[in-house]
Design a protein around this ligand. Structure first.
Ligand SMILES: Nc1ncnc2c1ncn2[C@@H]1O[C@H](COP(=O)(O)OP(=O)(O)OP(=O)(O)O)[C@@H](O)[C@H]1O
Ligand SMILES: [Mg+2]
Length: 363
């Protein structure tokens, strides 16, 4: 088994009464692109700062490359950090910004020149070596910040929302560039974002955080297709959450009453009749159907909104008890508002949770 390059063991970080990070344990594999994802204030930056050594954990241990580094100063850890605002030196040109760390470490000028030239090629800024940061675009400045961090050959690069300041188009472009760079260098990236699409695009594994705790760790596909908690289901992509009550427990199925309707789900939980549950179903997994042709869930809805957005259509529908359903369909045939329709889905596509919905739902 490959030894983890970074290991967090029961890390807690308190600021007074506030528990910014709450007993987190995590192993990061060498060469992995691991993303910490979660809403504002959930403890992503604090976790990164604990790894970098800018913060001491209140309790718990940080291991880098098999050494416990709790008492090792940030500059002696085998990690480098790229911050959101790049923090480039404005009075230095691109070359000197990148060379700065090597000069501080008293490398010979010939070696500095070679290393910086190589890195400039890697980030495609050879022709810009003499420019000052203010003479560069946002994306170019961002690449200088990355170049400055990787020129020291760190084992691990920590990146705190490095694309946050870029416009959407450049951001998407840089996501792919960064991913390719990480793959070609083989450096371990620990990346922070609150953008779920960015996390799904770039990561080998995603750590979903909420309130200082880890909700789920998994590859992007697992996180999206099999959310373990209501929070994850709701935070990653769009989902519908319906409140219901268990009406019948059978060997393979659960029958759940949602208002005046009932639906069937797979029975994979220890649940009993009368319990209140939340059912989560992705909008793209719902389809329109004819009335009562099979055993599956079939719910009568009233169409409230029909929104054509090109590649797909979003339909907002309402159940008899007022709960709303968002449906995404590729079929562009207009459905009139205030008409009644039936919707259905595959029972394997819905998930049951038993959580306090107010706590679990974000935004
Ligand atoms: N130095 C500090 N002193 C006191 N509280 C802090 C300090 N740093 C962070 N916190 C608090 O700890 C919690 C976690 O903060 P953190 O910066 O880790 O969140 P985050 O997930 O990075 O959020 P964002 O997406 O907004 O950057 C927040 O409630 C924050 O207010
Ligand atoms: Mg942050």
């Amino acid at each position: 088994m490959v030894e983890p390059i970074v290991r967090l063991e029961n890390i807690t970080k308190k600021y007074g009464d506030l528990q910014a990070v709450d007993n987190i344990s995590l192993e990061v594999k060498p060469g992995e692109f691991l993303t910490l994802l979660g809403p504002s204030g959930c403890g992503k930056t604090t976790t990164l700062r604990v790894i970098a050594g800018f913060e001491q954990p209140t309790t718990g241990d940080v291991w880098i490359n098999n050494s416990k580094v709790n008492d090792v100063a940030p500059y002696n850890r085998e990690v480098n950090t790229v911050f959101q605002n790049y923090s480039l030196f404005p009075h230095m040109n691109v070359f000197d910004n990148i060379a700065f760390g090597l000069k501080m470490k008293k490398f010979k000028s010939q070696e500095i020149k070679e290393r910086v030239t190589n890195i400039l090629k890697l980030v495609q800024l050879e022709d810009y070596y003499n420019r000052k940061p203010t003479q560069l675009s946002g994306g170019q400045q961002q690449r200088v910040a990355i170049a400055r961090a990787i020129v020291n050959n760190p084992k691990v690069l920590l990146l705190d929302e490095p694309l946050g300041a870029l416009d959407l188009k450049l951001r998407k472009h840089m996501q792919l560039e960064l991913k390719h760079l990480q793959q070609s260098l083989g450096i371990t990236f620990i990346y922070v974002t609150h953008d779920q699409e960015e996390a799904l695009t770039m990561s080998d594994r995603i750590v979903v955080m909420n309130n200082g705790k880890i909700e789920q760790v998994g590859v992007p596909h697992e996180i999206y297709e099999f959310p373990k908690t209501l929070f994850v289901a709701n935070f990653i992509g769009d989902t519908n959450i319906l409140n219901g009550v268990i009406a019948k427990v059978e060997k393979d199925n659960l029958k759940i009453e949602v208002g005046k309707e009932s639906l069937l789900t797979k029975n994979d939980e220890q649940l009993s009749v009368g319990q209140e549950v939340q059912v989560s179903i992705r909008p793209e997994n719902i389809s329109f159907c004819q009335k009562k042709t099979s055993e599956d869930s079939q719910l009568e809805v009233t169409i409230k909104d029909y929104i054509y957005i090109g590649s797909i259509t979003k339909v907002v529908a309402e159940l008899a008890d007022g709960q709303k359903l968002l449906i995404k369909t590729a079929n562009g045939t207009k459905i009139e508002e205030n008409t009644k329709r039936y919707v259905t889905w595959n029972k394997a596509d819905c998930f049951i949770y038993q959580e306090d919905i107010d706590q679990a739902v974000v935004q």
